[in-house]
Design a protein around this ligand. Sequence first.
Ligand SMILES: Cc1cc2nc3c(=O)[nH]c(=O)nc-3n(C[C@H](O)[C@H](O)[C@H](O)COP(=O)(O)O)c2cc1C
Ligand code: SF4
Ligand code: SF4
Length: 331
Amino acid sequence: MEEKAKSFEELKPMLRPTGVEPGIMKVDPEKCTSCGLCIQNCPFKCLEMDEDEHPKMKSGCVCISCSNCIVACPVDALSIERVYTVKGGFFDTETPAVKMPMPPKDADGTPAEWNEVERVVLERRSVRHYKKKPVPEPLLTRVLEAGRFAPSGGNHQPWKFTVVTDPEFIAELEATLHGFWSGVYPVFNNDETVMNMVGVVETGVFDPRTQYGIRCIALKELPVYLGAPVIVYMGAHTKLNNPALTIGICGQNMNIVANSLGLGACWTNFGAVPLNAMPELKQRLGFGEEWTVVTALVLGYPKFKQFGMVARHYRPVTWFRPGTKTPQTEK
Ligand SMILES: Cc1cc2nc3c(=O)[nH]c(=O)nc-3n(C[C@H](O)[C@H](O)[C@H](O)COP(=O)(O)O)c2cc1C
Ligand code: SF4
Ligand code: SF4
């Protein structure tokens, strides 16, 4: 077993990472109509209006370069000036440049169009603003069936779903989960108490993006369930294999089908993982002792446009082609 580090100083590179360069967005003032949709659609509330009624970056925020501001802008006035990156320190995980999706070609290499499935996959973005309108149950059933028919190692099918559409219960869940995170936030913030989290949570939870997410939830800048009319909890049986991977596949099947039906969706680990420390509520949601709540997906009709293709990191692919003795790595 790995020996546990004992002092804050030893753990500091992970707990208080250095070298973080948050993303920076650029606004074209000639195009901007001051509608404010980009400000609204930023999950971490990184943007605010300047004195000329154009958005500018707030100081001290952690922009994760998700491009959700870009897709909400009706006049294409936003672009990435600098991508979120970490240079040196614990979380320097080599972040290469970002690229838009490579244009599609047919089997002969001739330029082609995206097909419908590709469009849904590439244009899907996390939706965090919903209409009050309920989602009809027949559509929810189609979404859930997409999850049930996901592949799983050995056909284990370790999943179980709970759907909440009752607005009163959603409000209660929002209050409970917000209470949890507002209790956790000061622990993370404090150099003495953050040590208690080491070994309890995975190292990725200390990534500045997750730590900033905890802050945003605690300060009510990011609602846990995003005001959505539907929550789908996804549990995995603890005796079955590979729960996180399998539920991930299952949930993304649901996400894609929800988008294909005109719905928006967003994963919410913040709204799911803490339930494992709340046995009564977990049980009430239908997950007994032998079930882990892995994640949740919220769903609903998007309030405004929140889809579109965006750039993502591109890690060059290594190919072993027929007749080549050495691998070829893309540039
Ligand atoms: C496993 C997982 C958990 C996530 N949890 C949350 C969450 O709790 N709250 C949230 O607003 N977004 C959450 N997200 C959404 C991510 O922030 C989002 O996928 C990422 O920024 C990329 O943006 P995109 O989905 O629009 O492409 C989660 C995503 C995944 C895959
Ligand atoms: S890229 Fe994402 S995090 Fe950054 S300002 Fe835009 S919406 Fe916010
Ligand atoms: S969404 Fe576009 S037009 Fe609206 S305020 Fe932002 S940059 Fe300006």
